[in-house]
Structures are given as C-alpha cells and as structure tokens.
Design a protein around this ligand. Sequence first.
Ligand SMILES: [Cu+2]
Length: 123
Amino acid sequence: MASAVIAALAVFGCSRAPESSPVITIEHSISPQPARVGPVTVTLQLADAAAKPIAGARIVLEADMSHPGMSPVFGEAKEVAPGQYQSQVRLGMAGDWVILLRATLPDGKKLERQFDVRDVRPN
Ligand SMILES: [Cu+2]
C-alpha cells in the first residue's frame, strides 16, 4: 500500500509542467537624462532568470515616434562589458519615442522588448 502511494506521487511529480522558459530581463537606461534631440546612448543589461549576465547576444534597436509619418531610426548595440550592451541612436525630433529591441541570444533564441522614451526635449 505504501509503495503504491509513493508510485502515485512519483507519477504526479513527473507530470508537472516542464520548467517554464527562462525569464530574461533587459534593463535599459538612456543618457543624457532627460533625453534630448540628437544622439542618445541606450545602455542595456541582459540577465537570465538567475540574474547572471548574458554575454554574446546580438541586439538591434529601432526607435519610432508615437505619431505616424516618420521613418524609424535603427541602431545596433555593442557589448561593452559581459551582458552590457550600448548603442547610440539619433533622435531627430522632440516628443515621445518608443524603442524596440530585437535580441538574439547566444543559444539562438530571439526576443523582443520595447520601452518608451517620453518627452524627448528639443535641443
Ligand atoms: Cu516626429
């Protein structure tokens, strides 16, 4: 009887969902602060679920304004320290921008994130 219970528990244990896909965090910061029209530096910090930096990723950025009729600005981020990536993007107009990140991790996984850069100041 006891062994049957253990077997049932073991089956239950095995039927649990596999580990969910690792949670990658991308922290961003922009300088200067507040952002102004002209070149801004976007710094990105990539870390895995254990907060370990992810080195060797490829990240491209696309900056768009929140209103239609403007062409996007593209940039590529360079790794400046393990897990830390930096890119310069030239913001051509004051107002609200959205930055879209497309990252390819060293294992080939791709992910996208976006964040707002609001109220970019005129120069
Ligand atoms: Cu605009």
